[in-house]
Design a protein around this ligand. Structure first.
Ligand code: AMP
Ligand code: ZN
Length: 467
């Protein structure tokens, strides 16, 4: 497989450290608010990467952190603590906020068929490990104390700016939100490993450390959680493009200073989802969530399909027309597959199977080209081969694509067998809703439920399915 590596700025053949196995580290969410659909674009594309590597036969171990401490509103170590901001907003404790939004994140992931990583580590559960690694960095001369905080000394590195091909607009987010300068820093690029400074006295979560009561910086969290769970050599590190600098740059600085050798070979960065008015951002408070798409009647999997239509290294603009187009083409795939399911005659045509499978793997082998993989799916549906071969291919493709194609096609076919009594009730309920008689509509819904069916309003109309 060829994968674009942000570190070398080119597509490279992916070769894991250990034959047959691979390790992936993913920066997890900062759990002070719901994930927006931009964040989820990143997790969808990372999920495709993981699933495709498994598809090729590799044994994958994937680790993710949950940022529940240390992430300030500016990635450049200034501004407020994001978790504290969330807690204040909702009059809750930081840990309550963290638990609530961690659960919400995994619930969104489930709806989008994003697999939960093999290991998930909340940063607050690794404090001793952060302290241990920071102490090693101090002992090795890579870190210093100033004004109560511990800083990483970037001047000790041969090269600090390891990624240097970012576009300003992609970097703008983290770096520009806060402009205050920290006079404790010896060099402009130095960053905090451990905070104790008085500005953060209101910090709810604090721990004893050799340098005073305080809390860890965001960057050290990912280095430690990765190294502890995946060892000294990491194959792939993932994240959104905004994480490349300063977060990933700082992770590399710390990890390599600690280890004394190169750490991670491949850096996989997903570009942003933007709206017509700019980048989607949690801190602005106005953003689109998966729940909101659901409320509007969209199946979350259609959003996954929408994301797969574009390459992960291109910015993607979200608008409702584009999402509606995705609904139409997704439904076409489902309807076509539903028809195929009715024809079970014949055997798999292995020549055609291999040819069509190669289309699919060629697409993903080429730097995870998901839009060509979707074209490969269309090629299957259009091809002259028999239905059994097509269904076998679709089942395999969907192990990577995660679009519930067979499940939804089965539902379409089941829909044709819905008893007349249920269909009549659905019609009665439609009229009740039109007349805004919601009490009656609810009553009818209960009757439908009692008959073993579930009814739901979606963008495409009313969906009826067996419970
Ligand atoms: P956060 O919860 O802010 O720590 O971000 C979680 C993940 O979403 C990180 O990998 C970010 O790089 C990524 N991310 C943030 N904003 C966007 C966006 N607009 N589009 C795609 N990914 C994003
Ligand atoms: Zn990280």
């Amino acid at each position: 497989m060829q994968l674009y590596n942000s570190l070398t700025h080119k597509k490279e053949k992916f070769i894991p450290h250990e034959q047959g196995k691979t390790s992936i580290y993913t920066c997890g969410p900062t759990v002070y608010h719901y994930a927006h659909i931009g964040n989820l674009r990143t997790y969808i594309m990372e999920d495709i990467l993981e699933k495709y590597l498994r598809f090729t036969g590799l044994e994958v171990t994937r680790v993710m952190n949950i940022t529940d401490v240390g992430h300030l509103t500016s990635d450049g170590d200034t501004g407020d603590d994001k978790m504290l901001k969330g807690a204040k907003r909702e009059h809750k404790t930081v840990m309550e906020i963290a638990q609530f939004y961690t659960d919400a994140f995994f619930s969104d992931c489930k709806k989008l068929n994003i697999k939960t990583p093999d290991v998930v580590v909340p940063a607050t559960s690794y404090i001793d490990e952060f302290i241990r690694v920071i102490q090693v960095l101090i002992d090795k001369g890579y870190a210093y104390e100033a004004g109560g905080n511990i800083y990483f000394d970037t001047s000790k590195l041969e090269k600090y700016y390891v990624f240097n091909d970012f576009r300003e607009e992609d970097l703008a987010v983290g770096v520009r939100e806060g402009v205050e300068e920290d006079s404790n820093k010896r060099n402009k690029a130095d960053f905090v490993l451990w905070f104790t400074k008085s500005k953060f006295d209101s910090q709810e979560l604090k721990w004893e450390s050799p340098w005073g009561v305080g809390y860890p910086g965001w960057h050290i969290e990912c280095s430690c959680i990765s190294m502890k769970n995946l060892g000294e050599y990491l194959d792939i590190h993932c994240g959104g493009i905004d994480n490349a600098f300063p977060h990933h740059t700082n992770e590399i600085a710390q990890s390599e200073a600690y280890l004394g050798h190169e750490w991670c070979n491949y850096w996989f960065h997903v570009h942003h989802l933007n709206t017509n008015s700019g980048k989607m951002s949690k801190s602005k408070g106005e953003f689109l969530t998966i729940s909101l798409l659901e409320e509007k009647g969209y199946n979350p999997v259609v959003y996954r399909y929408f994301c797969l239509q574009s390459h992960y290294r291109k910015s993607l603009v979200f608008d409702w027309d584009n999402l509606n187009n995705a609904v139409t083409s997704y439904n076409k795939i489902i309807e076509k597959t539903a028809l195929l399911l009715n024809d079970t005659s014949g055997d798999i045509d292995s020549t055609e199977y291999n040819r069509l499978m190669k289309n699919f793997t060629d697409a993903l082998d080429n730097d995870l080209n998901t839009s060509l993989a979707i074209t490969a799916l269309y090629d299957v549906l259009k091809s002259g081969t028999n239905s059994v071969t097509k269904i076998a291919l679709i089942k395999e493709f969907d192990k990577v694509l995660g679009l519930d194609i067979i499940e939804n096609a089965v539902k379409v076919n089941q829909g044709e067998e819905i008893p007349a009594e249920v269909l009549e009730l659905v019609e009665e309920r439609k009229s009740a809703r039109k007349e805004k008689n919601f009490a009656l509509a609810d009553e009818i819904r209960n009757k439908i439920t009692a008959l073993g069916y579930e009814v739901r309003e979606t963008r495409q109309g009313v969906e009826i399915r067996k419970i």
